[in-house]
Design a protein around this ligand. Structure first.
Ligand code: PLP
Length: 399
């Protein structure tokens, strides 16, 4: 049965993903099931998408109700769930206005356009350059990959969109020196995700904010992976005592449904006027109803953010213990809340594969960093189970 699916998958789909030979059919909470009935404990969570766990009843019911009422209307009209969602995001962030799209890369595109337009409206000369960081990831569309600070993502797609510069993450002087008269914005992930769960060093983001203020640059924070409670706060910037001018969201925003958002301060948002930007499906009733239910659940259910902090800390400490046990195989433990990374001395692929065989799904990024982004409902017992599995596998594969 699985073999037939997998053969057809290879025959009919473009070869863009190196997929595991697993067909997933059903999910509930922390668990997913394969088409062969095999049960998995899911520490990937759609890579920080399934923040409430799989098929959270509140999200499912909101989708069912909305699907019966209204699936799609054009943005030529006002849309109830879109307005309510914008209000929720504004009331729970430093931003004043929202624009909705359908994915992370699209949110980045919107943020880039907004920053350029704002500079065009306000600067006496040409300001368009955006500085981002080495090791960053901002998506796969052409401008988003031009902003991405990883050669392997950009290679083969040249010529890239002009106007992007990259500096080492956590190097405040390199950033300062790269600012020119043409710079309009700095674009950063508060914690780098795809780049291997890289934390900002103490005071880095505050230093970045200061440089932006001194040079009249916009600070764009890409919270596509760090947002939606992932780090223990609704948005990750809240940990660092700064306020960005533009925020991008996607991944966890719809609790599993495709939706992205660009949030901005009032003065910045004003650069977009009628006709400046648009998206047919952006902010459609169905996706917005799912996102509204997701945010309301995240914020009303006192358990989730608290659990993310508490269980995230428990998880981090367990990884530290594992590091002590395998000092020659583990280089580092990093992360915040339930966005955690374990850097290994060797490639993580075989370990991810061995975990899947044992019924535990984890991810590896940057070649050798095991990444854990489980639903925010994960409990200690499930982490203990993951640790037992990892310990067994490390004894075989990491000695
Ligand atoms: C996943 C991700 C993106 C891209 O999102 P897509 O929905 O895949 O386009 C952009 N930025 C960050 C930080 C991400 O983690």
């Amino acid at each position: 049965m699985d073999k037939k699916f997998i053969d057809d998958s290879k025959k009919y789909l473009m070869n863009t993903y190196n997929r595991f030979p697993i067909v997933l059919r059903k999910g509930r909470g922390m668990k997913v099931w394969g088409s062969d009935g095999k049960e998995y404990l899911d520490f990937v969570g759609g890579i920080a998408v399934n923040c409430l766990g799989h098929c959270h009843p509140r999200v499912v019911i909101a989708i069912q109700k909305q699907a019966q009422r209204l699936l799609h209307v054009s943005n030529l009209y006002h849309i109830e769930p879109q307005i309510r969602l914008a209000k929720l995001l504004v009331e729970n962030s430093c931003a004043d206005k929202a624009f909705f799209c359908n994915s992370g890369a699209e949110a980045i595109e919107g943020a880039i356009k907004l920053a350029r337009k704002y500079a065009k409206d306000h600067a006496p000369h040409d300001k368009y350059e955006i500085i981002s960081a080495h090791g960053s990831f901002h998506g796969r569309t052409l401008a988003a990959l031009s902003a991405t600070g990883q050669e392997k993502i950009r290679k083969g797609f040249e010529p890239l969109v002009p106007g992007f510069k990259h500096v080492p993450f956590n190097d405040i002087n390199a950033l300062k020196e790269s600012v020119t008269d043409h710079t309009c914005a700095v674009l950063l992930e508060p914690i780098q995700g795809e780049g291997g769960i890289r934390m900002p060093s103490e005071d880095y983001l505050r230093g970045v904010r200061r440089i932006c203020d001194e040079n009249r640059l916009l600070l764009i924070l890409d919270e596509i992976q760090t947002g939606m409670g992932r780090t223990g706060k609704f948005l990750a910037y809240e940990h660092f005592n700064i306020k960005p001018d533009i925020i991008t969201l996607a991944k966890g925003l719809g609790g599993g449904v495709a939706i992205g958002a660009v949030l901005a301060k009032e003065a910045v948002a004003a650069a977009f006027q009628h006709g400046s930007h648009a998206s047919t499906f952006g902010g459609n009733p169905l996706a917005c109803a799912a996102a509204e239910a997701t945010i309301n659940t995240l914020l009303e259910d006192g358990f989730l953010l608290d659990n993310c902090r508490r269980t995230g800390k428990y998880f981090f400490d367990k990884l530290e213990t594992l590091k002590k046990e395998f000092p020659s195989g583990i280089i580092d433990v990093r992360g915040l809340g339930l966005m955690l990374g374990l850097e290994l001395t060797k490639t993580g692929g075989p370990i991810v594969e061995a975990c899947a065989k044992r019924g535990v799904l984890i991810n590896c990024t940057s070649g050798n960093v095991l990444r854990f982004t489980p639903p925010l409902i994960v409990v200690e017992k499930e982490i203990d189970h993951l640790m037992d599995v990892l310990e067994d596998i490390f004894e075989r594969l990491l000695q």
